[in-house]
Design a protein. Structure first.
Length: 486
């Protein structure tokens, strides 16, 4: 059987252009699929950063049928892992100062509909029967609203066409624009309706993908359930509930080479599930580095997060005095709302031996917190997948999480039953309130004082498989099923 051919359409990819977790997925999943024998091409816009980062680009073809965009060229480059990158060369749309979605002032680019309409259109051209390439994909996978018009373009294109998969990384971002753009972007007027791209009188890119794609995936099974109802459906829960048979949740993986405490270059003391002694040394090093009291007998709580309402960190300041009285230490790394930044800075100034707040982001310090903390706090109100709760388990730092999305799917609560059967890896609380968070922290600290139980919880988490290989296998099964090969 010939290898399955996949066109992966995405607005960003690590390390070339990144604003969030989508970029990590766009790098890791195609690589893992290629390792399983899939013939993968990744399609991205030719932003300034992309054009500068890839000096060895090759011209592939000129695309003539992109509508109002005029002359569009397709370039090709090979990533270090061997994955082929296809780049849309259209300077008018992509080569500009600022980010991929917003300018230097933090405002959306005014032509985002046209810019990502072009990404979607090129995805459809390369996927469809009119492609100028000799390579024709069996599957086109789109990611978030920026590429979500691709299934709609293919639906209205002459066949034969590939199967389409629409992957949702966060339902909160929907690509909503004025309705007049429907026909300006080359979609038929008939597509603007409830059974199409219309969303409360506007054009929604994401709605187009959800309606016209052959299958929908999202980044965890629980999030797949949550988005079929309010509030996490963000107005599209009805459509998603109607399509529940075509909706699959697949947990993202993590890079086990980058996140491995036995070989992490950011750590002063490597360790493993079989020898945890280095973890205590990392804790002492972290306490010393951040000016906390160097004391192995005080539990250290770690936080690495955007400081936003979604992430639930606003629950912490009100219970901090009670936590510090237990006592505990708290390390916070992140940035976000000025109100929360100020609250944590003041908390650190008031209790410098127990609280350290580092505003911003530091890659090395993030690894050191994962290794040096005893417990990781991740009380997100919603979390489609999440990564830090998986990093934490790999680093023997049992996480405390709110029972939502990927957090609920990847952390096994340390109930007496789960401790006894050897499955417990962290602590889970329902209802995102300060009271419930405090109760869960107290439960975790109680377990931490029982060193035998705590070590079992640590080792359970460190021995779990969160690799991309597992996720890629699930995507492979989905692709084969769509193509009738299962």
């Amino acid at each position: 059987m010939l290898p399955l051919k996949l066109l992966f359409v995405t607005p960003e990819i690590t390390p070339i252009i990144k604003t969030g977790g989508l970029a990590d997925v766009s790098a890791a999943l195609p690589t893992a699929l290629q390792e399983r024998g899939v013939d993968v091409r990744v399609l991205i816009p030719g932003y300034t950063h992309v054009m500068e980062a890839l000096p060895h680009k090759r011209h592939v073809t000129e695309l003539m049928n992109t509508g109002a965009h005029g002359e569009v060229h397709l370039l090709e480059a090979t990533l270090p892992d061997g994955v082929t990158l296809l780049i849309i060369d259209h300077p008018q749309s992509y080569e500009r100062d600022g980010g991929p979605y917003i300018d230097h002032n933090g405002h959306d680019w005014v032509d985002n509909a046209q810019r990502f309409g072009l990404l979607s259109k090129v995805g459809a051209i390369l996927g469809g029967s009119l492609s100028p390439l000799d390579w024709h994909p069996d599957i086109v996978q789109c990611n978030d609203w920026q590429s979500a018009l691709t299934p709609a373009y293919l639906h209205f294109s002459p066949g034969p066409n590939p199967a389409t998969v629409m992957t949702i990384h966060n339902m909160a971002f929907q690509g909503v624009f004025p309705p007049v753009l429907t026909t300006q972007l080359g979609l038929p007027a008939s597509s603007f309706g409830v059974n199409g791209v219309e969303y409360h009188g506007q054009l929604s890119f994401l709605k187009a993908g959800l309606y016209y794609a052959n299958h929908i995936t999202t980044v965890s099974p629980t999030y797949a359930e949550e988005i079929q109802q309010e509030p996490l459906g963000f107005g599209m829960q009805g459509l998603l509930a109607e399509r529940y048979l075509d909706l699959t949740g697949i947990i993202n993986g993590i890079d086990k080479h980058e996140w491995n405490p036995a070989s992490d270059p950011h750590l002063p003391h490597p360790y493993s599930a079989d020898d945890l002694s280095g973890k205590a040394a990392n804790k002492a090093a972290l306490q010393h580095k951040l000016g906390l009291e160097v004391n192995p007998d005080i539990p250290l709580l770690g936080i690495i997060s955007r400081l936003t309402h979604q992430k639930g960190l606003d629950l912490l300041p009100s219970i901090a005095p009670a936590l510090l009285a237990m006592p505990v230490q708290i390390v916070i790394l992140g940035s976000g709302s000025s109100e929360l930044e100020t609250a944590f800075i003041l908390l650190a100034q008031k209790s410098p031996n127990q609280v350290a707040a580092v505003i911003g982001f530091n890659e090395g310090l993030s690894h050191q917190i994962e290794a040096g903390a005893d417990i990781f706090l991740m009380p997100s109100r919603f979390e489609p997948c999440g990564l830090n709760q998986m990093y934490s388990q790999c680093y023997g730092t049992p996480p405390i999480v709110h029972a939502t999305g990927g957090l609920a799917d990847t952390v096994v609560d340390a109930t007496p039953e789960n401790i006894a059967n050897g499955s417990a890896t962290g602590f889970v609380f329902k209802h995102a309130t300060a009271h419930r968070l405090q109760e869960c922290i107290e439960r975790a600290i109680s377990a931490w004082h029982d060193k035998e139980i705590w070590q079992k919880i640590q080792q359970n988490g460190m021995r779990r498989d969160f690799s991309w290989n597992r996720s890629a296998a699930e995507y492979m099964a989905l692709y084969e099923n769509l193509l009738g090969r299962d």
